[in-house]
Write a protein that binds this ligand. Structure first.
Ligand SMILES: C[S@@+](CC[C@H](N)C(=O)[O-])C[C@H]1O[C@@H](n2cnc3c(N)ncnc32)[C@H](O)[C@@H]1O
Length: 274
């Protein structure tokens, strides 16, 4: 019965969304309805209930954790989409850092927006170490990494990873950035200190500063078109002149904001602020 019903205008569904918003401050309207419907169906099946009303009744702290896991699909890994990191290194960071060094402004600020458990911002920090070598000490580098999901942020802050976080990772010379113990692979302090983690809602809050580079990969896809447009405008206003935005491989810059950016690498979805 659930499958046949459309969620729009369903009072039980609306009431479930209101409860989530009231109790946890999450506005589910930010997600596309087909996506939301699919994810909720997974949780309803897992809990053996057949209606949104029944699910609303059993939604407690424990189930909230499960639901948020299902909604945010916060899977990530180190150097995800390696070709994007190659383009980022060769077409963005090399010229940008070169110019900054020439001008004697050795400062670099990046924002990993929707960082999940931290593999993305740490990959950027590793990349910067690999590029700058010992000269990194002369630089003031700050990578702000934010996410909505507090549990993922705690994992990120701990900086200890299982082999799962390296699945499919093809990036050279990474071993020296981790210490391996029986607990897992721990990110070394010189990489860790470049990254700060903080909870931030991309839909409900203003960008947390101004940046040379914003990575927002595999996050936009969960938002409605209107929210994608708003967010890209916010990213534009948060970028320094000539700052760069990187989206995920499956995400395209909405046409409404195309005039605000010029493509740096269309294949890798890298754009420069105009
Ligand atoms: C698939 S992960 C992307 C991780 C990483 N950027 C990557 O590409 O591998 C999506 C992340 O977006 C986060 N997210 C979803 N909605 C959000 C919101 N409104 N504000 C901030 N983060 C959000 C989720 O918690 C999740 O960690």
């Amino acid at each position: 019965m659930l499958q046949q019903r459309t969620i729009d205008n369903d009072p039980a569904f609306e009431s479930l969304l209101r409860k989530i918003r009231r109790e946890r401050g999450l506005d589910c309207n930010q997600y596309k309805s087909a996506f939301l419907q699919r994810r909720l169906a997974v949780r309803l099946r897992a809990r053996g209930v057949k209606s949104y009303r029944a699910y609303t009744r059993l939604l407690d702290d424990e189930e909230y954790d499960q639901l948020f896991d299902a909604l945010t699909i916060n899977l990530t890994h180190f150097f995800r989409d390696a070709t994007t990191f190659v383009a980022l290194r060769d077409r963005v960071l090399r010229p940008m850092l070169g110019l900054k060094a020439q001008q004697g402004r050795r400062q670099f600020r990046a924002w990993s927006a929707g960082c999940a458990s931290g593999e993305e911002p740490y990959s950027l920090a590793i990349l910067l170490h690999q590029m700058l070598g010992a000269q990194i000490e002369e630089w003031q580098i700050r990578i702000l990494a934010t996410d909505l999901d507090q549990r993922r942020l705690e994992q990120a802050q701990a900086g200890v990873y299982s082999p799962f976080s390296f699945r499919g990772t093809q990036w050279p010379d990474m071993d020296r950035f981790f210490v391996t113990t029986r607990h897992g692979h721990t990110i070394v302090p010189q990489v860790k200190r470049l990254v700060r983690f903080r909870r931030h809602d991309l839909i409900g809050e203003e960008p947390p500063g101004r940046f040379d580079l914003i990575l927002c990969r595999n996050v936009l896809i969960y938002f409605t078109r209107l929210q994608q447009v708003r967010l890209c405008r916010a990213f534009h206003s948060a970028l320094m002149p000539d700052g760069v935005l990187v989206l995920g491989k499956t995400e395209i810059l909405p046409g409404e904001v195309a005039g605000l950016f010029e493509p740096v690498d269309l294949r890798e979805h890298i754009y420069r602020s105009q």
